[in-house]
Design a protein around this ligand. Structure first.
Ligand code: BQZ
Length: 689
């Protein structure tokens, strides 16, 4: 009976019966996710409905800022704005033209290491970096853009065009915009980013942008506001998505360059360390500037008087004068947001759902909570390197050799009760069984292409045997060939209860099939460093945007370059020893990047999904919706803003347009009526007089 079931299922799946062994349960397609409707639906528009670039007849600024001009501490506003500022259209502002004043009080679990984002320093996440570094294009708000107009939004790059043959991209920067210290923003900044950060093998920017991120384009300046990238392949349009946050977000070259070893800096470590977290007023293109950092307490930002965006009434943005980032934990962010002592949270740890929902349901709650689409998910990734990435010991290499064996990866999947994993976080319609790969409910997902090796202990044990693993000493754990117990180290991030809970569930379930797994839970940068240097056998990672949107960070969908995959990077010589299916994934992703034919791209992603899930490149665990929690006093929060899609909600809600009506403003600014001081000045924010 079982064999018949196997054969029938295999035929249904188009998998030849011979490929499915009689001793294991046939792979199938995943069960449909429990119905869960996102609250709130975006108002879909075209990108041009959100903003444009144009000169306005007159501009305005907060009254208290004018005093700085009177005191000779700031040039007149007209000289601080570009020729044609970015103008947000009133019709797209959910609550219309805003008013100045007030603060947004974030709570975050990370900590700023320093301000050299371009040398890989983290600002502590939670929206600090999103609000400080602005990028050539912007994709966060694309959640509300019509699919017929779905292309990255202009930002610091106001326009671009492709050559006839599609091999040269010409990019036009906004003209006359200035850094927050008044220095001009020009192609000197984009050139430094590309040639001396991305292309310098000794410099790794925070999100790891490399040549592969930009389809190996060759950079060339044309003039102060125009540059070109020239490619071997035609129309690699995905680079425009990789011009957005996390990647092409240029730094102030007038500040960075002198510290770079190529331009007189001492060495690369000194370049990395040149702007420690107590360096204040680091020049930005973002709406707010860091003016105070009290370690383990708070980071305070004050409005950037040179910000290059306005509303249609000519009001220089942002409306909010201050941003605070209280340095706490990610779990505390949820608690403080529903309590009203904090203003914002991405409710992404499912363990906090019930409590948060209960509190937010009270009409007197200071915060509103709205669930979005199921775009938060986790996968277990085996380290697939076989040629020395992360300098493995012989034992670690033996585990990697097992990881490279599909039978072993199938054993893991058959050994996981994904329903129980999801229920261990939160019961109810939130979590869904997630086999891995592209997410159900997203534009490129195709269920029929998705292969799912379901929970079945017997099949798991059969696959372990097929991988050559037997419990030869009868202690309940399989042994490595001729040796002791196989003991896999599972790397997980300890900053999140969810990551740890899932990891503990995996350890228990692997124990049930006879695989010993030891947890290695690291916090923040230690986790990132272990991940990026390949110091793990298995790793649990909350998935990135590429498995949700496909078009954002597309190159990260496979080891398209030596540093693009989280679980298979090149060895010390940058050599990648791809398995045949990985090569197939790489070829498919590269074809997708090079294609401009929607039907072809859709077919390529079906193939990608089938190869990825058949071969368990990543072993999915669970997926669930996130919820945006935001204090009720804020206006201009777009309906249906997801906490995570093309980017996080800190980008998606367009914070520079968010305001608080005068009668709802609270006196919570820590440095009212002040502006950022000079770069590096430790004297804190400055007053007009
Ligand atoms: C959101 C986000 C904004 C990074 C980070 C953090 C890092 C990862 C990831 C999320 C935090 C919040 O996520 O959890 O809700 O506010 O900051 O950047 O997990 O450790 O490296 O990829 O974005």
């Amino acid at each position: 009976m079982k064999i018949q079931r196997v054969a029938l299922a295999a035929l249904l799946l188009g998998v030849s019966a011979v490929a499915v062994r009689a001793d294991v349960m046939a792979p199938t397609t995943p069960p449909d996710a429990p119905k869960f409707d996102a609250q709130g639906t975006p108002v879909f528009v075209n990108r041009s409905d959100i903003y444009e670039y144009k000169a306005l007849p007159a501009y305005n600024e907060p009254e208290w800022v004018k005093a700085f001009e009177t005191a000779g501490k700031l040039p007149p506003l007209a000289e601080r704005l570009p020729k044609e500022p970015l103008v947000y259209k009133t019709a797209n502002e959910p609550d219309g033209t805003g008013v100045y004043g007030d603060v947004m009080r974030h709570v975050i679990g990370g900590r700023p290491e320093g301000w050299n984002f371009w040398a890989g320093q983290s600002y502590g996440w939670g929206g600090i970096d999103i609000g400080l570094v602005e990028c050539l294009t912007r994709t966060g708000p694309l959640f509300e853009v019509n699919s017929s107009d779905l292309q990255p939004m202009p930002n610091l790059a106001k326009a671009w065009e492709w050559s006839e043959d599609g091999k040269t991209l010409t990019v036009h920067l906004i003209e006359g915009a200035k850094w927050s210290d008044g220095a001009p923003f020009t192609t000197a900044d984009t050139e430094f980013y590309y040639n001396d950060v991305v292309m310098d093998k000794d410099v790794t920017p925070l999100m790891g942008a490399s040549e592969a991120t930009y389809a190996n384009g060759v950079y060339k300046n044309v003039d102060d506001y125009t540059f070109t990238l020239t490619f071997d392949t035609a129309f690699p349009e995905s680079v425009l998505y990789n011009f957005a946050y996390g990647n092409f977000c240029p730094g102030p070259s007038h500040i960075l360059k002198p510290q770079h070893p190529k331009y007189g800096g001492k060495d690369y470590q000194s370049f990395h360390d040149a702007f420690p977290s107590d360096y204040m007023n680091f020049p930005v293109m973002g709406g707010w500037v860091v003016v105070e950092h009290r370690p383990d307490d708070v980071v305070v930002l004050r409005r950037n008087p040179y910000y290059w965006k306005v509303d249609e009434a000519g009001n220089q943005l942002p409306y909010l004068d201050e941003m605070q980032y209280r340095l706490s934990t990610w779990g505390d962010r949820d608690v403080q947001a529903v309590a009203g002592t904090g203003d914002f949270s991405n409710l992404e740890q499912a363990e906090n759902y019930v409590e948060s929902l209960k509190k937010a349901a009270d009409p007197a709650s200071p915060a509103k909570l709205a669930f979005g689409p199921r775009t938060i998910g986790y996968s277990l990734f085996p380290n697939l390197s076989g040629n020395g990435w992360g300098e493995p010991t012989a034992d670690q290499q033996a585990i990697r050799d097992l990881n490279r064996n599909l039978d072993f990866r199938k054993a893991i999947s058959y050994g996981l009760d994904r329903q129980r994993l999801g229920d261990s976080l939160v019961k109810g319609p939130f979590t869904a069984i997630y086999p891995g790969g592209l997410y159900d409910g997203t534009s490129y997902y195709d269920k029929a292409s998705t292969v799912y090796y379901p929970f079945d202990t017997a099949s798991a044990k059969a696959e372990l045997e097929a991988a050559g693993l037997k419990d030869s000493d009868g202690n309940g754990f399989v042994n490595v060939a001729g040796g002791g117990d196989l003991n896999v180290t599972l790397l997980t991030q300890s900053d999140y209860a969810t990551d740890k809970n899932l990891a503990e569930g995996v350890v228990a379930m692997m124990g049930d099939i006879g695989v010993k797994v030891t947890l290695n839970a690291l916090t923040g940068k230690d986790f990132d460093n272990a991940r990026d240097s390949g110091k793990f056998d298995w790793i649990i990672i909350r998935n990135g945007t590429e498995l949700i949107t496909v078009v954002q960070n597309t190159a990260n969908l496979a080891p398209t370059g030596p540093t693009t995959s989280n679980h298979h990077k090149g060895n010390g010589k940058g050599e990648l020893d791809l398995l045949p299916y990985e090569q197939d994934l790489v070829d498919t992703v590269n074809k997708f990047i090079a294609s401009r034919d929607p039907a072809e791209r859709s077919d390529l992603m079906k193939h990608y999904q089938n190869v990825y899930t058949t071969n368990l490149d990543g072993i999915g665990l669970t997926a669930y919706p996130g919820a945006l929690i935001i204090n009720k006093r804020f206006s201009n929060i777009p309906a249906g803003a997801p906490i995570f899609m093309y980017n996080w909600a800190e980008d998606n809600i367009i914070r520079e347009r968010v305001f608080v009506a005068k009668d709802k403003q609270i006196s919570a600014e820590l440095h009212p009526n002040t502006l950022p001081g000079a770069p590096g000045d430790k004297g804190g924010p400055i007053s007009a007089n």
